[in-house]
Design a protein around this ligand. Structure first.
Ligand code: ADP
Ligand code: XUL
Length: 528
């Protein structure tokens, strides 16, 4: 009866899912995706990132994200769905990225001309033409300054859920203030990618939800409000430049006149957007503690719901707010899909050739280890990119294929122990979850059954489910998260672990740890 739209603006692509909800029955009636590089080549992105002169810098384009939304809305308008039944829209976006508006933005957002695309119209509203994104690792100096000003890494982690991370928004804002103080002074509003896109839909400033605000190093986890000391340490008048933080189910407004006129859409409710990982938590049905999901997207992430925040004592992982009002633990690995693609392309393979090479090589890779840090890595922190090879010849294609996947899975397993989750059941999502051979290595490394989903993009599905939840809350309906995700985040076709292969990987954990320690300059070479 009622339609709910979920959008996911990720690193490389924009996806939309429309759910049709009738009583207890929920059906996905529309799903569509576009790659930024292909759909809007005039912006010149590669894998969603603008060309970069320094490997540590990663920026993208807010007008590109806006135009992508326009292309997708046109597809939805042409879908044949009865859109008068569209009740609410919510979104998911890559986390940590920031968009800088000047004083023109408020009036421009409210008065976009429906005859034209939004991207070029928005350009005069920006005090910074580009947006730093989560792949940026260029703010080590600012991280050190904020850590010192706020009482050290442990205090920062206890207060905000994470120690200072280069890609987090607070250090990024501080770098902008230091390098371009005039443009910073001309900035009236700083949005996250999520709240920028929600604002664009509503035609005015939308709030930030605690799921995405906790990726800034600026939110007090206990109150889910900005932490004044962190704002003060970051840059002048920051409190006035940030939107408010409000619960994930907040209704930010109604779809603006621009979208209603341009695509003949109804005045549906615009729900607060959140980060892709918090949305994925809902889309994988993780509304209770005890189960973990692994997302194999541009980044690889492992996450699970937490009722109370438990900080990672090793300070590699994060505690974020969850869209349920609870918390979530998460560890992020930068060398995810693009590292797998790098190996695939280095040896001229297709994904099917990649899978065949995996199937043809022995678990444990005869002791050969690859630490696939082709780009700067987040976990463990590696600022100088470069793959590290142990016993692996540079021309050994099959050894690299197994090496990249095993290196990633062993790293995920080792660096997620702090979450204290029993891994007998893992939910796999993200683009590479389509690859059964990769999931087999995951099942064998963790000794866990790995479930996949009927709907591939769990962040987008989670956004659509959040739209439904927020609409119900606004209507005064008493709806539980268990009801929202029941039968929707349905798993299919589990991949079973093999006990003998799991035993091999248990032995390999210490070898992998020794290689990592050596590569980080903290251990001897003989450990290999
Ligand atoms: P994001 O949402 O972070 O932009 P996705 O979750 O959509 O990314 O995943 C995109 C990635 O999925 C691509 O970069 C590609 O490497 C990977 N991918 C797609 N199909 C396969 C496959 N069959 N095997 C392995 N990886 C795949
Ligand atoms: C999480 C992270 C990435 C981005 C992009 O901390 O940086 O997962 O959200 O997907």
């Amino acid at each position: 009866m009622s339609l709910y739209l979920g959008l996911d603006s990720s690193t490389q692509s924009l996806t939309a899912i429309v759910l049709d909800v009738d009583g207890n029955r929920t059906e996905a009636v529309f799903e569509s995706s576009l790659q930024f590089d292909d759909a809007l080549p005039q912006y010149g992105t590669r894998h969603g990132v603008l060309p970069r002169s320094e490997p540590s810098v990663a920026v993208s384009s807010p007008p590109l994200w806006a135009d992508a939304l326009d292309v997708m809305m046109a597809r939805i308008a042409a879908s044949g769905l009865d859109l008068q039944r569209l009740e609410a829209i919510a979104g998911s976006a890559q986390q940590h990225g920031s968009v800088y508006f000047n004083a023109n933005a408020a009036s421009l957002l409210a008065q976009l001309d429906p005859a034209h695309r939004p991207g070029a119209q928005l350009a005069p509203a920006l005090s910074r033409l580009v947006a730093p994104i989560w792949m940026d690792s260029s703010t080590s100096a600012e991280c050190a300054e904020l850590t010192a000003a706020l009482g050290g890494s442990t205090t920062l982690a206890e207060r905000t859920g994470s120690r200072a991370f280069e890609r987090f928004t607070g250090p990024q804002i501080r770098k902008f203030f230091k390098t371009d103080p005039a443009a910073y002074a001309a900035t009236a509003r700083i949005h996250l990618v999520s709240s920028f896109l929600a604002s664009l839909l509503a035609g005015h400033d939308a709030p930030i939800d605690p799921g995405d605000a906790s990726g800034t190093n600026l939110m007090d986890l206990a109150t889910a409000q900005w932490w004044p000391a962190a704002l003060e340490a970051t840059s002048p008048s920051l409190g006035r430049k940030l939107p408010r933080i409000a619960p994930s189910w907040t209704i930010a407004g109604t779809l603006s006149r621009y979208w209603q006129r341009r695509h003949r859409l109804p005045p549906a409710r615009v729900v607060s957007w959140s980060g892709d990982n918090p949305c994925s938590l809902i889309g994988t049905g993780l509304v209770r503690e005890g189960v973990a999901a692994i997302s194999l997207g541009t980044s690889d992430t492992i996450f699970g719901l937490m009722r109370a925040p438990r900080i990672d004592p090793t300070l590699t992982g994060h505690v974020f707010g969850a869209p349920t009002g609870d918390y979530m633990g998460l560890t992020c690995f930068a060398n995810g899909s693009l590292a797998r693609e790098r190996v695939r392309d280095m040896f001229g393979l297709t994904w099917s050739g990649f899978s065949q090479a995996l199937a043809a090589t022995p678990p444990g890779n005869n002791g050969r280890v690859l630490l696939p840090w082709f780009d700067p890595e987040i976990t463990p922190p590696v600022l100088v990119a470069g793959a590290r090879r142990y016993g692996l010849a540079e021309d050994d294609g099959p050894g690299h294929v197994r090496g990249v996947v095993e290196g990633q899975m062993l790293s995920i397993a080792r660096h997620s122990k702090w979450m204290g989750v029993e891994f007998d059941d893992i939910r796999a999502t993200g683009g590479a979850a389509a690859n059964r051979e990769i999931l087999q290595v995951m099942a064998d490394v963790f000794g866990a059954e790995v479930h996949r989903f009927a709907v591939g993009n769990s962040a987008c599905l989670g956004a659509a489910l959040r739209a439904r939840h927020a609409h119900a809350v606004a209507a005064g309906d008493d709806v539980s998260w268990d009801d929202i995700v029941r039968n929707v985040a349905a798993t299919v076709d589990p991949v079973q672990p093999d006990p003998s292969r799991h035993a091999i990987y248990q032995e390999l954990m210490s070898v992998h740890a020794a290689c990592e320690a050596h590569a980080l300059g903290r251990g001897p070479a003989r450990a290999m």
